[in-house]
Design a binder for this molecule. Structure first.
Ligand code: FES
Length: 69
C-alpha cells in the first residue's frame, strides 16, 4: 500500500513546474539510464522552462542523489 501511495504521489508531484514534469517522469528517465543532471534534463525537457531550471535543478539533483546510494 505504501508503495502504491508513493507512486501516486510521484505522479502528482511536479519537479519542473514550468514544464509540468512529474517526479515519476524524472525517476523513469533515471531508470532508463539518465545518471547525470544533464541527461535527465535532456531526456525529460526539465530545465528548459521560463525559470531556466532555477527551481527544478536542485530537486533533480536531490532525486539523483537518492539513486546514488
Ligand atoms: S521549474 Fe524547471 S525550468 Fe522552471
Amino acid at each position: 500500500m505504501e508503495k502504491i501511495n508513493d507512486e501516486i504521489m510521484d505522479k502528482l508531484k511536479k519537479v519542473c513546474i514550468c514544464k509540468a514534469i512529474s517526479k515519476a517522469k524524472i525517476k523513469s528517465a533515471i531508470a532508463d539510464g539518465a545518471d547525470t543532471l544533464e541527461k535527465v534534463q535532456k531526456a525529460t525537457g526539465a530545465g528548459t522552462g521560463g525559470c531556466g531550471g532555477n527551481r527544478c535543478t536542485p530537486k533533480i539533483l536531490e532525486i539523483l542523489k537518492e539513486y546514488d546510494k
